[in-house]
Design a protein around this ligand. Structure first.
Ligand SMILES: [Zn+2]
Length: 133
């Protein structure tokens, strides 16, 4: 699987679609056809038990709800340390956790506008991040 900094996820058609769209700078989530619950990152199964899911394109703009400076990262992220992780509420109401780049932690404020961007790591893997806009 070429998503993320390390291989946490199995290679499936489902994840391949997510990564393919991410490479085109599209952030795709899934919506349950049964109960309407939305998932971002996408999930193939809903918490209601349904597997009838459909894709939708999520907003890539949002505002910071919370953030933290990670100084003791997991091994896979140690070369990026310290780095900022943030939760943002996107314009469509979904919440997403991602690394935030391009801003010093002392300049960060709750409510600051961010956008979700996709990047290729030096190992040719695909990740999404927040950038301040
Ligand atoms: Zn459901």
């Amino acid at each position: 699987m070429k998503f993320g900094y390390v291989s946490w996820l199995p290679e499936t058609d489902f994840m391949a679609r997510f990564v393919e769209e991410l490479e085109k700078n599209k952030l795709m989530g899934t919506r349950c056809k049964g109960c309407g619950a939305r998932y971002l990152p996408p999930r193939a199964h809903c918490r209601c038990g349904s597997v009838e899911m459909e894709w939708f394109e999520a907003s890539r703009k949002g505002k910071i709800l919370a953030y933290t400076l990670v100084t003791f990262p997991p091994e896979s992220m140690s070369k990026n340390s310290p780095y900022i992780m943030a939760v943002a509420e996107l314009e469509d109401g979904l919440r997403l956790l991602a690394q935030l780049t391009g801003v010093a932690v002392k300049n960060l404020k709750i409510g600051m506008s961010v956008r979700v961007t996709s990047h290729r790591t030096p190992e040719s893997r695909v990740v999404y991040r927040f950038e301040t806009s």
